[in-house]
Design a protein around this ligand. Structure first.
Ligand code: PLP
Length: 361
């Protein structure tokens, strides 16, 4: 049987098909320039135009206020685990982190290389299945910033609120849900995201940072890790990841054409609801996350017996449903349904899951 292929990878992840076709059409000769984007000087007029448009489109999509810089960096979200404390401690010795899963824990252990980490709240008491309400957080007034992971890609736990911290800057690792819904950027001091989940190819990292937080890195900070220098040089202190920026720019245009982030959020809610409804009503599959914190991007689920996992994955593959195996740290399954996953892909997965449950109950 021939099926369309749907890719549920957690990252690098599915890209809009029309974007890939555009990349293919322009690959060896970008818009009649006689050059591939890969071959262009990053300081030439063609690429400078591509990058300026990408930044403007991102600013339009997220309504980024003028007092925020947009940086196109490298090193992934993981490098941000170090760059955030390096730049945002601003002479303080303490930073606060909310621990909600694997990624916030990694951010915490990296921050401990630079400062005292205060765990403002943790969800480990209930196996990482929820986001602690802000009323339970303990944040010292002398902390430099509060860091959250807005969506925990592995546990499938997503914030259903934006914390309110007064003058303390809020930092969010938004790697796996940026651009999945509108976001009030003005509520954050800094937002960062590795591109390979919801934005574009690996190799690009987006940073959106409020200007007053720039320029406080200690003197020994490596040049490339100083946001202020990256901002002053318009993310061109050295060669930026040009091809990844180009593809991300096409994804931004795709989102605008689709109707922007309000529309994207509507579609994403429908997609996620379809899977969670099926899981909850199946009496077969299980997702342990508290309903209000269930991720709209990453849907982990287990089968009643891990011995069925292999048959489930084999059957899924035969139906064109790829990369559903859960993260090695938690097992089970995970369907990542980022922006570029079409509703038809989610419907195909839901149909397969329902049929598998029927034949194995
Ligand atoms: C994937 C991911 C990371 C790690 O990203 P890299 O770009 O590989 O460093 C960090 N945080 C979250 C929330 C992620 O989903």
């Amino acid at each position: 049987m021939n099926h369309p292929i749907y890719n549920f990878s957690a990252g690098p992840a599915v890209l809009p098909h029309s974007v890939l076709e555009q990349v293919q059409a322009d690959l060896v000769n970008w818009q009649g320039s006689g050059m591939s984007v890969m071959e262009m000087s990053h300081r030439g007029p063609e690429f400078m135009g591509i990058m300026a448009e990408a930044e403007q489109d991102l600013r339009d999509l997220l309504a980024i206020p003028v007092n925020y810089k947009v940086l196109f960096l490298q090193g992934g979200a993981t490098l941000q685990f170090a760059m955030v404390p390096l730049n945002l401690l601003r002479g303080k010795t303490k930073a606060s982190y909310v621990q909600t899963g694997v990624w916030s824990k990694k951010a915490i252990s990296e921050a401990r290389r630079f400062c005292t980490v205060e765990i403002a709240a943790s969800n480990e008491d209930r196996h990482g299945s929820y986001v602690p309400a802000q009323s339970t957080w303990q944040v010292s007034p002398d902390t430099a910033y509060v860091h959250i992971a807005g969506n925990e890609t592995i546990g499938g736990v997503e914030y259903d609120f934006v914390p309110e911290l007064g003058d303390i800057p809020l930092v969010s690792d938004a790697s796996s849900h940026i651009l999945s819904k509108p976001m009030d950027v003005s509520r954050f001091g800094l937002i960062y995201a590795g591109a390979q989940k919801n934005v574009g190819p690996a190799g690009l990292t987006l940073v959106i940072v409020r200007e007053d937080l720039l320029g406080h890195a200690p003197a020994h900070t490596p040049t490339m890790l100083d946001y202020a220098i990256q901002a002053k040089d318009d993310s061109m202190h050295n060669t930026p990841p040009t091809f990844a920026i180009y593809v991300a720019g096409l994804v931004f245009k795709w989102l605008k054409a689709l109707g922007g982030l309000e529309k994207m959020a509507e579609i994403n809610a429908r997609k996620a609801q379809r899977l969670y409804d099926l899981i909850d009503s199946s009496g077969f599959y299980r997702n342990p996350v508290e309903v209000r914190n269930r991720s709209r991007m990453n849907v982990p689920f287990t089968l009643p017996d891990p011995a069925l996992d292999e048959a489930f994955l084999k059957g899924a593959k035969a139906h064109g449903l790829l990369q559903l195996k859960g993260h090695r740290s938690v097992g089970g399954m995970r369907a990542s349904i980022y922006n570029a996953m079409p509703e038809a892909g989610v419907a195909a997965l839901a149909d397969y899951m329902a049929a598998f449950a029927r034949s194995h109950s």
